[in-house]
Design a protein around this ligand. Structure first.
Ligand code: ZN
Length: 162
């Protein structure tokens, strides 16, 4: 179901107050507000409400302020560490792929040689070659998934904002 133009205008008015709008969305909204009195009135009401809210001063306890600042800093550090881990993971994956491509022909010959030396059927050493590639990636992926899940649960247990 497509979004009604007036609903879209209301959504864009709200978004403009929070995060701003892209140039195309701003142009669309301005054109709509020129021709739609209801949406223009809604936009003015939102502006007046925000202006009134900004005029109200809310006393905040210093302990609450310090706790909030601490949580924001912890979250920023957590995001930074996540980015660092992802960068290291990407570099590791790239190196793994490069090494895999370079060593694949050598390993293929080694598996064939072992298969012939032990008089194994071709399908056995070929399947072993395939498992040589698949099993470590599957185990590594499972461990990475499990670690991220545990880290997320520990973060929530430590009282970080959800
Ligand atoms: Zn409208």
């Amino acid at each position: 179901m497509s979004e009604d133009v007036h609903q879209r205008a209301a959504r864009l008015i709200a978004a403009e107050c929070v995060e701003g709008l892209a140039a195309g969305e701003r142009t669309w909204l301005e054109e709509h507000l020129e021709h739609c009195a209801d949406c223009a009135a809604h936009g003015r009401a939102i502006e007046e409400a925000l202006r009134a809210l900004r005029a109200v001063s809310v006393p905040v306890r210093p302990a609450l302020l310090a706790a909030t600042q601490l949580r924001v800093r912890l979250r920023a550090r957590e995001l930074h560490e996540q980015r660092s881990r992802m960068r290291a993971l990407c570099i590791s994956c790239a190196l793994s792929w490069i090494l895999g491509v370079v060593t694949a022909p050598l390993l293929w010959r080694a598996f064939a040689w072992v298969g012939r030396s032990l008089a194994l059927p071709d399908i056995v050493w070929m399947a072993s070659f395939a498992l040589w590639w698949i099993v470590p990636a599957a185990v590594g992926g499972t461990l990475a998934w499990w670690r991220s899940r545990v880290a997320r649960e520990n973060g929530y247990a430590a009282g970080l904002p959800r």
